[in-house]
Each structure stands twice: as structure tokens, then as C-alpha cells.
Design a protein around this ligand. Structure first.
Ligand code: MTE
Ligand code: CO
Length: 423
């Protein structure tokens, strides 16, 4: 078996040309015979014979009707009702680092609040000199920034704490998305209201039927937190908090309050439901870790994975995946083909942004042997993603949250891929 380090790009191309014989662009053997031959060379395909739809027939663009698999999916047995549930990002169907708006995972505690922007108001009060109420237009007139950040639910991979369970990167790791947000730095709003001297915590509250709320330390609020109204250039989608949500870079997504209605400034945390009975990590000795805000470095191979098998059998392929860290930039990702015995560096590609998803690739000439694929992320602080065994040594298996252990995919000889664990 050869890999990135021993296979030059030129070698790859030579093989591809040789395989293609005289016609260098001939379809690989696995595609021969697939589809309708009448549409394939040397014939003129249907779509070359007629005029297509004109401009603006499609008022809002959608993916090709053939792309039916790039969809959010849920797991019916996970929750009692769809209003308090989660849908997962199809990570195995995407590339690059930005998640399209329609495919961002959703997590709601009381369904999607449908807010009329004309009625929208944001209240800032508590330990401030001047309590304020902002309209959406007020927020849009204030100084703004645009930044891409990952947003990961603390419960991402939570079903895997006790062992491999869900067969697909979408389900094991799909409670994460990465979006370019546009909004007002929270510091600008707080400066406007004027903080009293004893101000040290903020309560963020949503306008949904759950009125979901979290306490945020003031230091983070004054650092990189945004009050965002746009995602990837468009106004936020209703699922993701329209018209305004909190963006708390690198910290657990539960704090990214959607449909933001109220910010109260106080001098202590509020100890509400989401920071006591939920989003705390129960250890083996009965104590619980609390206020575990930061999402530690993590990675996953998205292709191949159980929903994206190696259909082409042996030959050249590209392993790909995502890495991220709540502590900063990703410095490096290593790949193992043998369940963590040997590691080789993957190639980081595209923008490597602070607290954002980072794409990695690893070119491989697969000889058809079984593989135990793993990826391991390291961030710029030197933190290395732990194995699941290491993680359980420190945290036990009672927790649901903050599982950033190394994922293993078992690639079978027939190209099928399965979620497994190695000891
Ligand atoms: N904000 C409100 N108001 N209500 C909610 O139910 N869910 C939280 C957070 N903010 C929630 C909320 C949780 S647990 C997560 S993981 C993220 O929103 C999910 O954000 P998304 O739906 O945009 O992916
Ligand atoms: Co969540």
C-alpha cells in the first residue's frame, strides 16, 4: 500500500492516464455501464438538444434534483418529541469548511420560534447605567464584523460515550456546523448601555417557547462574542435563530442562544436548568464538572464513513475530514490506517481560521485491505485530541457531553464502512 508520502502527484496522474488508455478522461472501470448510454459519448446527450429554464425562473436556487442525499436527518428514538430534538448535518455529503445554510444541524428545546422582524426587540438591562431596547434596524446600523466559526453542541458524539453506536459521521459528529456570521460585537452593545462596576456575568435568554437561557462570563462577552443576524451573507434562517442569535466562538452551542430576546447583566451566574441539570458532566465519583464551556480539539474522517463507503474498491482515493478546536486554530491532523498504531500527517487545505472547521485531505492508493481509519487533531495550543480510552480514564462513561475522543471507522474489503472502537 502506498500513501501521500510515497505517491507523488505526478505518479497519480501517470496511473490515471495509463488506466484511461488513449482517452485520458475515460470513466473509471467502476462507472462503466452505469447510466443511460444514449446520453454518453460519442452520442449527443438530451440536455444538449433543448433550451433550458431561463434566468429568474428559479427565484431561489436549490441543489440539483439528483442530489437527494445531502439532507439533514434525525434519529427518531433519540427524543420524545420533534419539538425538543435535533437534526444532524450531513458531513459526509459536504466539502470545504462552510456549511450551507439549509444543512446546518438544528437543536431546539421548544420548536422553531417564528418571529416577525417588525416586532423583534432586544432588551439589555440589569447592572447597566442605561437599560436599552434595540430593534433589528438599530442592530443593523451598529458597527459590524463578519467571522466564520464552528458551532458544536456539547452533546455531539454523546451517544458514543459507552461504545460505538450510530453508523454514520452525520449521526456521530453531525451536531456541528461552520458558518460566516455577520453581527455586532456584544462589547459594542454593552459599551452603549454602560456596565456598572460589579457587572461580571450576563444572562442570555431566547424568545422561543423554552425561553432557553444561559449565564455567560463577562470576560468572554467582551472578547469575541457576536450578536449575529446573518449567516453566510443571508439573514439567519428561522431554524438557526432568526432574526438574532448569540455567537460564542469556541464554546458549547447551548450558549449560542437563538431568537435572542434579553440580555441581563448581573454579578453572579444564574444556575438555570441548562447549566445545572443539563450541560454538566457527571464523573465516576458522583461529582459533576460545571461550566465546561470550551469545546476541545476534535476531528472526524467524513469520507469514507458508513454513509459514504469506498464504492470504487481498490485504487486511488482521497480520505477527507474536518478538525476544529474551541481554543484556536488547528495546527495539524494525523491519520492512522491501522487503528492508531502508526500516524502520518494529513494535508490541511483551504482557510485555517480561528475556532472554525478546518478541512484535511489524505491521498491514498488503497490496496483493498481492511483499514481501521482514525484522525487525530492538534490545535495551536499543543492540545492533542485524546483516544476514547484516555478520555474515559478521566471522565468515566456517565456523561453525555464533551466527547471529543478519536473516532474509528472499519473499512471492510468490500468498501463498506462501520463505526467501531479499538482498544
Ligand atoms: N436557543 C434557544 N433559544 N432555544 C434552544 O432550544 N438550543 C441550543 C442553542 N440555542 C437552543 C438555543 C442548543 S442545545 C444548540 S446545540 C444550538 O442552539 C443549536 O444551534 P442550531 O440549531 O443553529 O444548530
Ligand atoms: Co446543543
Amino acid at each position: 500500500m502506498t500513501d501521500s508520502s510515497s505517491t507523488s502527484r505526478r505518479g497519480f496522474l501517470r496511473t490515471a492516464l495509463a488506466a484511461g488508455g488513449a482517452g485520458a478522461l475515460a470513466a473509471p472501470a467502476s462507472a462503466a455501464g452505469a447510466g443511460n448510454a444514449a446520453n454518453q459519448p460519442p452520442n449527443v446527450p438530451d440536455w444538449s438538444r433543448y433550451l433550458g429554464d431561463g434566468v429568474a425562473v428559479r427565484k431561489y436556487g436549490r441543489p440539483s434534483k439528483h442530489e437527494t442525499q445531502a439532507i439533514r436527518r434525525d434519529v427518531a428514538w433519540l427524543t420524545a418529541s420533534p419539538q425538543s430534538s435535533v437534526s444532524f448535518t450531513p458531513l459526509h455529503e459536504l466539502d470545504g469548511v462552510i456549511t450551507p445554510n439549509g444543512l446546518c444541524f438544528e437543536r431546539h428545546h421548544a420548536g422553531i420560534a417564528e418571529i416577525d422582524p417588525a416586532d423583534y426587540r432586544l432588551i439589555v438591562h440589569g447592572l447597566v447605567e442605561k437599560p436599552l431596547i434595540f430593534t433589528l434596524d438599530d442592530l443593523k446600523r451598529m458597527p459590524r464584523v463578519s467571522r466564520a466559526y464552528f458551532c458544536e453542541c456539547a452533546a455531539n458524539s454523546g451517544m458514543e460515550w459507552r461504545g460505538a453506536q450510530l453508523n454514520g459521521a452525520q449521526f456521530t459528529h453531525g451536531m456541528v456546523h461552520c458558518v460566516m456570521y455577520t453581527g455586532v460585537p456584544l462589547k459594542v452593545l454593552l459599551d452603549e448601555a454602560g456596565l456598572r462596576p460589579n457587572a461580571s456575568w450576563l444572562l442570555l435568554e431566547g424568545g422561543d417557547a423554552a425561553a432557553m437561557s444561559r449565564s455567560l462570563p463577562l470576560a468572554k462577552a467582551l472578547d469575541d462574542v457576536l450578536v449575529a443576524y446573518r449567516m453566510n451573507g443571508e439573514m439567519l434562517y428561522p431554524e438557526n435563530g432568526y432574526p438574532v442569535r448569540m455567537v460564542i466562538p469556541g464554546w458549547e452551542a447551548n450558549m449560542w442562544v437563538k431568537w435572542l430576546r434579553r440580555i441581563e447583566v448581573g454579578d453572579a451566574p444564574w444556575h438555570h436548568r441548562e447549566e445545572t441539570s443539563k450541560y454538566t458532566d457527571l464523573l465516576e465519583d458522583g461529582r459533576a464538572r460545571r461550566f465546561t464551556f470550551v469545546m476541545d480539539a476534535k476531528s472526524v474522517i467524513t469520507n469514507p464513513s458508513p454513509q459514504a463507503p469506498l464504492n470504487h474498491k481498490a485504487g486511488f482515493t482521497v480520505l477527507s475530514g474536518l478538525a476544529w478546536s474551541g481554543r484556536g486554530r488547528i495546527a495539524r491532523v494525523d491519520i492512522s490506517l491501522d487503528g492508531g498504531r502508526n500516524w502520518r500527517p494529513a494535508r490541511l487545505d483551504g482557510p485555517v481560521w480561528d475556532k472554525a472547521l478546518t478541512r484535511f485531505y489524505y491521498e491514498l492508493d488503497w490496496d483493498g485491505r481492511e483499514l481501521l481509519l482514525q484522525s487525530r487533531a492538534m490545535d495551536e495550543t499543543g492540545y492533542v485530541q485524546p483516544s476514547k480510552a484516555e478520555l474515559r480514564k478521566h471522565r468515566g462513561v456517565n456523561s453525555i457531553y464533551h466527547n471529543n475522543g478519536i473516532q474509528t471507522w472499519h473499512v471492510h474489503k468490500n468498501g463498506e464502512v462501520e463505526n467501531v472502537e479499538v482498544s
